[in-house]
Unconditional design. Structure first.
Length: 299
């Protein structure tokens, strides 16, 4: 098999690197995906005449890759690379249509986020008095769970963003979108104690390290320390507390729009994953409580 790079692919990769300014790793990934398609065509004895390639060939390529055990995520990425390549070919006049437009990869399995139940959260947040950094970390953990913040949002907080009297925090989220989020009583009390101990004033980060705001990695490390000390054997990470807050809010209120606003999701479809968690909880309650949910043994 000829291993020389296809001239059209080489020009496309140069376009990605120079005109679109994509990173070398991204350009390399595009090249690898298109090389897979070229190799598959060569195995079938088909020349890479990009203008003549049709949707049936692209569909057969994806099906063959799927049979080889390539993951749905990788197949979606390969289809995306082929679509982008053909958009460029059409603009260059080297193809008349995009044969990948009507092709779909197998759906990704929907992965539900792990959550802590209410009792596990309560046990985790009961930090021992007098432990090093306990006041700061209690405030940090309570705010995470109270307001379902992203770790990046928490690290960027300054004291002027908090209104503890009103129980509100102003958050700068993804896409530089600002939202106002409630802060619960326990979190407000913990933050007030931390402000008194740290001497926090406007202009200062709420959670500071040695050289400015705590880093994301530092926050992740503190959560791991406390999970071990508190005997929580699930993998504890910042998003776990965010997921847990969202799940508990939805379970109690059923108000998907309110949870969407609190989380700062631009698309409610992102929030809807928590309805699946809520349904799992409902199914367990139903199985345990409904007199006709399950037949009794021997019935």
């Amino acid at each position: 098999m000829d291993t020389a790079p296809d001239p059209s692919v080489a020009r496309f990769l140069q376009y990605l690197a120079v005109e679109r300014g994509l990173s070398p790793r991204t350009v390399e990934a595009y090249g690898e995906d298109l090389a897979q398609l070229g190799a598959w065509l060569a195995q079938r004895g088909e020349a890479t005449e990009w203008r003549r390639l049709g949707s049936d060939s692209i569909r057969a390529f994806i099906a063959a890759q799927h049979r080889q055990g390539i993951s749905s995520r990788s197949l979606q990425r390969r289809l995306s690379a082929v679509r982008s390549f053909y958009r460029w070919l059409v603009r260059e006049g080297a193809a008349v249509s995009n044969p990948a437009d009507g092709v779909r990869a197998p759906r990704l399995a929907r992965k539900l986020p792990n959550v802590l139940d209410a009792d596990e959260v309560a046990a985790f947040l009961e930090l021992p008095e007098g432990a090093p950094l306990a006041t700061r970390d209690r405030a940090l953990l309570e705010l995470f769970y109270s307001s379902a913040l992203r770790v990046s949002e928490l690290c960027r907080l300054h004291w002027e963003h908090l209104d503890l009297a009103q129980g509100l925090v102003r958050v700068l989220g993804k896409g530089n979108r600002t939202r106002i989020v409630p802060v619960g009583r326990r979190a407000r009390e913990a933050l007030e104690l931390w402000r008194q101990e740290s001497g926090g004033v406007p202009g200062q980060p709420v959670f500071a390290g040695r050289n400015g705001p705590l880093s994301v990695r530092a926050v992740q490390a503190r959560l791991k320390v406390w999970a071990k000390r508190q005997g929580v054997w699930k993998r504890v990470h910042p998003h776990l507390l965010r997921h847990s807050c969202a799940s508990h809010m939805l379970e109690s209120s059923g108000n998907l729009r309110a949870v969407q606003e609190m989380l700062g999701h631009a698309d409610i479809a992102t929030t809807q994953i928590y309805t699946h968690l809520d349904f799992q909880h409902l199914a367990k309650v139903y199985d345990a409580a409904h007199p006709r949910a399950r037949r009794k043994p021997g019935a």
